[in-house]
Design a protein around this ligand. Structure first.
Ligand code: FRU
Length: 485
């Protein structure tokens, strides 16, 4: 049946068929969350980019829509954002029916082939029927290129401090900030990052937004920058900075970067414009350019992460960005049974479940060391280890199933430092789909997202206690997750 192919995610967004990468144009409008995405409708590898489209009321169940944007004489349609032009500043609609405006990068393959360095420009398009059909602006491109090879991924938002539109644009090794009264005429106002943050690869997919520091009245600004390569566990990853934004210039509190997710498979993630109650909702592309085009699926390739709520906490003088599944994810959880588990020193306990590749495993503990090993009857297993003495969490997928499509994937062991794990009790939550695992420690303080391709479902969970003390896992809960399709 539909969405039943091998490895097809059951509670994550995937396109019905063909290639997908970055989430684009994330905007909430008239009760609907839009998800546009980098899409190539002809093959399961990257190609001439379109914007695919899906909509949702809860960000969990999705309805597929026709392709929104097709390549044209200016080039392919690369990543970008969308805004609700409430005051009709662009003149594309009316105040009664404000336009949705998409702002994206044009990538001209002809210029690229000719080895020019001005083949990425910025264009806009508008929709007057809540995203169903789009008209490209006849004045495109609205930002030309003065000779920067990588010049892309515009994120536009309404700037309350200056009363205009603000665009974040990446230019190779740094961020540029531009402003406009009408989404058509743009002026560059500042730059950030040439000497700050991680620079293992090109900067991509920026985002910038305010968040209240939990438990205070303080507001800080968070800047997201994806880089490829240069992530801590190889390939692509997303770093963040916390600082201040005066409406024109961003200043980071710290010189070094941090990572929003330590797993290999959360890239190019950005947040929604216009979400009610000032919530910051994030979605990432659940893959990695290191092997994205080789993963063992046939009908489609790649998925999005679960939608996650972002929040900011001050921990030991540092601001830390948390990301944790939206409450709506709880709605697809099946009947829940929980027990308190105690395992003696150096002992293990085995639990069976039918099956883990569509489940949530959740518990609370104050233990400082444990191992969770998800196993199938083909001898494949995914091992998650918390070792607080080494201040590390380890995800070992080297024998998790199909791995040989990529040399690095086949020996992949991922490490996440956990220096500020709370001393007392903390939550561990593992959401596993047919081809992914998302791990949230202490409500999203430490997060890992990784793809896995087991040949059979994992049906056994071996919990091990490596320490000399009792291991206590409180309200240990395994819940089935319902398919969203
Ligand atoms: C990030 C990215 C973007 C670009 C898009 C092209 O994954 O490389 O920088 O706009 O993908 O598909």
């Amino acid at each position: 049946g539909l969405y039943q192919e091998a490895h097809r995610p059951q509670f994550h967004f995937t396109p019905h068929e063909k290639w997908m990468n970055d989430p684009n144009g994330l905007v909430f409008h008239q009760g609907v969350y839009h998800l546009f995405y980098q899409y190539y409708p002809e093959d399961i590898v990257w190609g001439p980019m379109h914007w695919g489209h899906a909509i949702s009321k809860d960000m969990v169940h999705w309805e597929n829509k026709p392709i929104a944007l097709f390549p044209d004489e200016h080039g392919y349609i690369f990543s970008g954002s969308a805004v609700v032009d409430t005051n009709n500043s662009s003149g594309f609609g009316t105040k009664d029916n404000p336009p949705l405006v998409a702002i994206f990068t044009y990538h001209d393959p002809v210029g690229e082939k000719a080895k020019k360095d001005d083949f990425q420009t910025q264009g806009i398009a508008y929709s007057l029927d809540n995203g169903d059909t789009w008209v490209k602006y006849e004045g495109n491109p609205v930002i030309k290129n003065e000779g920067i090879r990588d010049f892309r991924d515009p994120k536009v938002f309404w700037n309350n401090k200056t009363g205009n539109w603000t665009m974040l644009l990446v230019a190779g090794d740094h961020l540029q900030i531009w402003q406009s009264p009408d989404l058509k005429e743009w002026v560059k106002v500042s730059e950030f990052g040439k000497n700050q943050g991680a620079h293992g690869g090109v900067w991509e997919c920026p985002d910038l937004f305010p968040l209240k520091v939990e438990g205070t009245d303080m507001e800080k600004w968070v800047l997201l920058i994806s880089i490829n390569p240069g992530a801590p566990n190889g390939g692509s990853g997303t770093q963040y900075f916390v600082g201040d934004f005066d409406g024109t210039t961003f200043k980071s509190d710290q010189k070094e970067h941090k990572w929003i997710d330590w797993g290999t498979d959360n890239y190019a993630g950005v947040t929604y414009n216009n979400v009610p109650n000032n919530e910051r909702v994030f979605i990432g592309w659940m893959s990695n350019w290191a092997y994205a085009q080789e993963t063992p699926t046939e009908k489609w390739r790649s998925a999005m992460t679960l939608p996650r709520k972002l929040s900011l906490q001050q921990i030991n003088d540092k601001f830390e960005l948390f990301n944790y599944p939206l409450d709506s994810v709880d709605e697809i959880r099946g009947p829940v049974a929980s027990e308190d588990i105690t395992i003696g020193p150096k002992l293990d306990k085995s639990l069976t479940f039918d099956h883990f590749n569509k489940s949530e495993v959740k518990f609370k503990t104050s233990s400082r060391a444990f191992s969770l090993d998800f196993q199938n009857s083909s001898g494949e297993h995914l091992n998650l280890i918390l070792d607080s003495e080494a201040q590390q969490f380890i995800l070992d997928r080297s024998n998790s199933g199909k791995t040989t499509f990529d040399e690095d994937f086949a020996k992949n062991v991922q490490i996440m430092p956990i220096p500020d794990l709370p001393n007392g009790e903390y939550e561990v939550r593992v959401l596993m789909d047919w081809s992914s695992v998302e791990i949230f420690i202490n409500h999203g303080q430490y997060v890992m997202t990784a793809q896995i391709f087991p040949n059979e479902f994992y049906r056994n969970l071996m919990i091990s206690n490596p320490s000399d003390m009792e291991l206590k896992l409180d309200t240990f809960t395994i819940s089935p997750i319902k398919s969203i399709w």
